[in-house]
Write a protein that binds this ligand. Structure first.
Ligand code: DGJ
Length: 536
């Protein structure tokens, strides 16, 4: 009975009974769906894990330039390519759209059986407005700029109603076109709306329109949201709002205090309002997941040093309050405290997807943590074409994860998969799954310790675990105080062929430290199963 109860969540999931919405029909557009404890991307009626990479900013502006890149990305193990697409290249003259580049990129992707996430580089990219068409840049009256230190800068002001309307118009035209040319094939999975938005050089826009808005009342929509979601607000925002009396009415400084924090919250509201509107216009034409990415703040840097108003964790609630329109928010995660940043974004209904992060050795390790521990539905190192070689460590990780993807998606939903990255500063981690405590540490054999390790572990049966990774070892203890001990009955390496486990060598002797530990040596990413037995 106990075994049946344990197996029940997996059983229900495989029957599709735990989804909160009905399982999508074959031709339903890509969408996010809560499944068990995870939010997953559904494509053609099935959950989809994006093993992707983001192109450098200018590569996808030329089909010719891209031609040799697609096969390399395929060989690296990518199933999705995060691809810039700019406003300036589709609406050269106001109202005249040219989708040749879009269609060409779709053709090239389909030829390699790749999916695409498009980055809509329009009003803002890295805070600046360099991707707006020249007819927008030139008309500073109709499309006003942010003012910093008394001067207009090359950043379109989110106060600009005409700018918002023009961006939304172009985005809607793009989404209409995508529905026409891709509404059946679903090559395009999601849209990122703008890129790393926020004011640089100051904590807020000081244009006349912005000053006027800042001196006015903070919107009821925002304060009511803060009130309704008080318990789950990001701690910094909750503390700040509480410290100023948790007011539901007042000017921005009355509600949030007279500091750069209030400036940042004000800018977050302005950008969020604008971008939700652009996203809504696009979704009205073709409704697929849309998100905004974030240039992450430093641990002690003031807003303006990083783009002020982007969806940083302390203002994520402000972005949510300004919705609906966007489905989720993402970190561009280059910081060294990878685990901590993942947690800051994977919270309160926001799923983890990373459009930009480090690749190579770091990415090869971090992808296991993001997808295994934080139920991420996609991972995407930046400048992917520069590391597209078949021997790349990222490719090795991607290929190993691709082989276990159906299983991993089931276990993400059931909540019984764990992922980890280990190094000298964090040499071990303990966790309990299915009544068994696993002590995972850097591999160590005959006095030689691995410098780093990473992997993920899932429960695949009573006393059976499947692991993928390298450079670690695992020992087991029963959680309860039953007096029982757990030993290793068998370790097999193996592969999956069409989702069927194909065992290879039986690993024993040095390979499992004479039965003392389930080992993954530090040479290659491997997939192994362990079976345990109990003894007194
Ligand atoms: C973050 C941006 O979003 C990318 O477009 C690119 O400029 C990288 N930084 C450069 O590292």
């Amino acid at each position: 009975m106990r075994n049946l109860l344990r197996a029940l969540p997996i059983l229900l999931l495989s029957l599709g009974l735990q989804s909160t919405t009905l399982t999508a029909q074959g031709n339903t557009a890509p969408h996010l769906e809560k499944r068990g404890v995870a939010i997953q991307l559904f494509v053609d009626g099935k959950p989809f894990l994006m093993l992707s990479g983001e192109l450098q900013n200018s590569s996808s502006s030329s089909l010719e330039y891209m031609k040799p890149i697609w096969p390399k990305l395929k060989a690296l193990g990518l199933n999705t390519v995060v691809t810039p697409l700019s406003w300036e290249l589709i609406e050269l003259q106001e109202g005249q759209f040219d989708f040749k580049l879009v269609d060409g990129l779709l053709d090239q992707a389909r030829h390699e059986n790749e999916r695409i996430v498009f980055l809509w580089l329009a009003s803002w990219k890295n805070g600046k407005s360099s991707y707006a068409p020249a007819w927008v840049k030139q008309d500073t009256r109709r499309f006003p700029r942010v003012v910093v230190n008394g001067n207009p800068v090359e950043i379109l002001s989110p106060q600009g109603a005409a700018t918002q309307a023009a961006d939304a118009h172009a985005f809607a035209a793009l989404m209409k076109h995508l529905k026409e040319v891709d509404g059946r094939d679903h090559t395009v999975l999601m849209m990122q709306v703008e890129n790393e938005v926020g004011v640089l050089g100051d904590a807020r826009d000081h244009s006349e329109a912005a000053n006027k808005a800042f001196a006015s009342a903070a919107p009821d929509q925002l304060t009511q949201y803060l009130q309704a979601h008080h318990a789950s607000l990001y701690p910094d925002l909750k503390d700040l709002w509480d410290a100023h009396g948790a007011k539901t009415a007042g000017t921005w400084t009355e509600v949030f205090g007279d500091s750069e924090r209030a400036d940042e919250i004000f800018m977050a509201w302005q950008y969020a309002r604008y971008i939700h509107a652009v996203a809504r216009a696009g979704k009205a034409e073709y409704d697929i997941p849309m998100y905004v990415n974030t240039w992450l703040e430093g641990e002690n840097t003031p807003p303006g040093d990083y783009p002020s108003g982007g969806p940083e964790p302390p203002v994520l609630d402000v972005w949510k309050a300004a919705g609906p329109g966007l489905d989720f928010y993402s970190p561009d995660l280059y910081a060294s405290n990878f685990v901590e940043w993942c947690r800051r974004y994977h919270r309160d209904g926001n799923p983890l997807y990373m459009p930009e992060t480090r690749g190579e050795e770091a990415g090869a390790a971090n992808v296991f943590y993001a997808l295994g521990e934080e139920a991420g539905f996609g991972f995407s190192p930046f400048a992917i074409e520069s590391e597209a070689s078949e021997t790349d460590p990222l490719g090795e990780s991607y290929k190993a994860i691709a082989a276990v993807t159906p299983l991993l998606l089931e276990h993400q939903a059931a909540g019984d998969v764990r992922g980890f990255v280990l190094d000298q500063d964090r040499p071990s981690v303990d966790f309990t799954i299915n009544g068994v405590t696993l002590h995972v540490s850097l591999d160590d054999i005959f006095g030689t310790r691995s410098a780093s390790g990473f992997g993920l572990i899932m429960v695949t049966g009573e006393n059976e675990f499947l692991g993928v990774g390298k450079g670690f070892r695992v020992t087991f203890t029963p959680r309860s105080d039953s007096g029982q001990r757990l030993g290793i009955a068998a370790v097999d390496e193996g592969t999956f062929d069409d989702n069927k486990w194909v065992p290879g060598r039986r690993l024993n002797g040095d390979e499992d430290d004479q039965g003392a530990a389930w080992r993954f040596d530090s040479r290659h990413v491997k997939t192994e199963k362990v079976t345990l037995y109990q003894f007194e």
